[in-house]
Write a protein that binds this ligand. Structure first.
Ligand code: GTP
Length: 235
């Protein structure tokens, strides 16, 4: 196996499947199956999930809502998604723990780094909810932060695009995908991978980022097995 401990970042919007909002149980079940395969290989898996399928703080702010208020709503949305993912994983008999950056003790454990690491060592999937617990930060930043804290080997960002391209592949048919690219080149070429807070945090802490298509069946297990899937961003 290529990695011993990974941080998987899933977008909230991907959970919608073909729906206009919310959670598609079919998509959730597919994700749970993909994650189970990886856990069964003995890889330690931590997960950060977004909340965009339910609420986005930035979108709220652009409609006149207070940004902090909006971000708090977004953080709670990630907890909802975390609970849904936990339930789907448990349906697959995967042991999980949900830890949240905001204390909602009746619902989930509070985030405690050492406890999270112990869970991972025991083969449990740890889902981190409520982002970083602070407004103005994205769930990508939360993913990088948690990955660094738990000493993950890499952050695997599942998207609907299968890697980093030299131009937008959804708009330009001639776009070329990078198999690997350095942090420096992503910045100098003006490519969009994550927001800059998340990206530079990853760069400064030498945490490789892998961008891949999570909706293609089997991609996750192939990736952790060492197959060249998606784009690796490294120093
Ligand atoms: P070990 O210490 O390795 O046995 O881990 P554990 O998670 O099984 O032990 P613990 O006794 O801490 O937790 C038992 C169950 O309670 C698990 O399902 C936890 O997720 C849950 N749990 C622990 N702390 C909290 C909390 O603060 N809030 C909520 N809602 N659940 C909690």
């Amino acid at each position: 196996m290529q990695y011993k401990r990974i941080l998987l970042k899933l977008s909230g919007e991907a959970l919608m499947g073909d729906r206009p909002y919310g959670i598609d149980p079919k998509r959730l079940a597919e994700y749970a199956k993909e994650i189970k395969e990886v856990v069964e290989k003995g890889i330690e898996v931590a997960i950060v999930i977004g909340g965009g399928n339910i609420f986005r703080g930035v979108a709220g702010a652009s409609n006149g809502m207070d940004r902090v208020q909006g971000d708090h709503m977004g953080m709670l949305a990630t907890v909802i998604n975390g609970l849904a993912l936990q339930s789907a994983l448990e349906d697959e008999d995967v042991h999980t723990r949900l830890q949240t950056a905001l204390e909602i003790k009746e619902v989930a454990e509070p985030y405690i780094k050492r406890k999270a690491i112990r869970h991972l060592e025991k083969g449990r999937v740890v889902i981190f909810g409520a982002g970083t617990g602070n407004p103005y930060f994205t769930t990508d930043t939360a993913a990088v932060l948690r990955a660094i804290e738990i000493n993950a080997d890499a952050i695997l960002k599942g998207t609907r695009v299968d890697g980093v391209y030299n131009s937008d592949p959804e708009k330009n048919a001639d776009a070329i995908k990078f198999a690997t690219i350095s942090f420096k080149d992503v910045i100098s070429k003006g490519l969009k991978v994550m927001d800059m807070t998340a990206f530079t945090l990853s760069q400064e802490n030498k945490l490789p980022i892998i961008i891949f298509d999570m909706n293609k069946k089997g991609n996750l297990i192939k990736l952790v097995s060492g197959e060249k899937i998606g784009t690796i961003i490294d120093n």
